[in-house]
Design a binder for this molecule. Sequence first.
Ligand code: C5P
Length: 401
Amino acid sequence: MADLAGKRIVVGVCGGIAAYKAVEVIRHLVDAGAHVIPVMTKGAEHFIGRTTLSALASEPVQMSLWDEASPIPHTKLGQSADLVLVAPATARLLGAYAHGLSNDLMTNVLIATRAPVIVCPAMHTEMWEHQAVQHNIALLASRGVHIVEPEDGRLAGGDSGKGRLASTTAILARVHQVLGSGDLQGAHVVVSAGGTREPIDAVRVIANRSSGKQGYAVAAEAASRGARVSLISTVDLPIPAGVSVIAVETAAEMQKAIEGLWQQTDVMVMCAAVADFRPVSCTSEKIKKEGGIPQIILEPTPDILAGLGAVKRSDQVLVGFAAETSDLVANAQSKLERKNLDLMVANDVSQPGVGFQHDTNAVTFLTPNQPLHLLPLSDKRNVARALLDIVVKIRQSKATS
Ligand code: C5P
């Protein structure tokens, strides 16, 4: 994805243990085609070497107002930037920026620029929660500075709590969002994830082994490519940045949520393992074992995907998943046609490491009238990336036909 081509991004790195993560952020920005100009504070040098940033970014790192060839690097950098990103941003930097104190190159660039600014704070929980820091954050946000909030997790020195730098994915998603880039920019992508649970009585359900991880990976990847993402989920996993979640439990609830969004859906990725059968009735009391073995009568659930396929507009992209244990391609091909899909993602869940509950997947992509595309075992984010690459191509061909 070279969708940041031509964008000049100043990346500021402050002195915190998370400075090493800036390396990964810079690498991804450069891979996406951006021209990255690194700026470091003096404190950052305690955590990361100049050479590392200079080698990975598009220009040598700059640290001072006075050492560089240009006499006014602060205005030059600020004026020419399409975006200034500070990751990690320390309490000192936030305070100086909020109060207009320009005492080093980075604060000068921030105050001189008219480009959008994203700050990604990282610090110990006590510092993050301090009123002064929170006040500065609120002040910056009120001026239109984009804040990528820190996460809960392990901090330096064995502590843990809120204050850890946001994930690279979350930071990159915000960059794409702010710059209006990404090959799914402007698209509304709806993803279903997890296995449905169909109640038998007050405490028992018919469930399946789906973990929801593949759906969450698709949602995260779509958001990082600029899409507006709605995730219809039966599971409680960490919510990816930029994704809004609708929690559901049964096939009927999932159908209602999806159909409610359908008119404004550009891409529907039906990852969820929807129950095919549900009990005809559910007792409000727990069924007692003293009453003997119960007879549970089942009825079919609505096939949500087939229903959408029947009413699909020509501009909408519909993606299904087929979890099979035999005759993978033949079964998936027949579902692709029967449900009127644009893409079917088939996986043989009898194979080791594939599908349900694993962090990895191996899939075969089937599209109408196109050769099969096989993706060997890889992590679910990688599967999500390949899936959305195909979706983008389908959207392009629909737009031109
Ligand atoms: O026919 P089968 O259940 O194998 O098809 C799988 C695909 O159909 C998945 O994308 C799944 O989310 C979807 N599905 C559905 N409603 C059902 C059953 C499956 O949307 N009741």
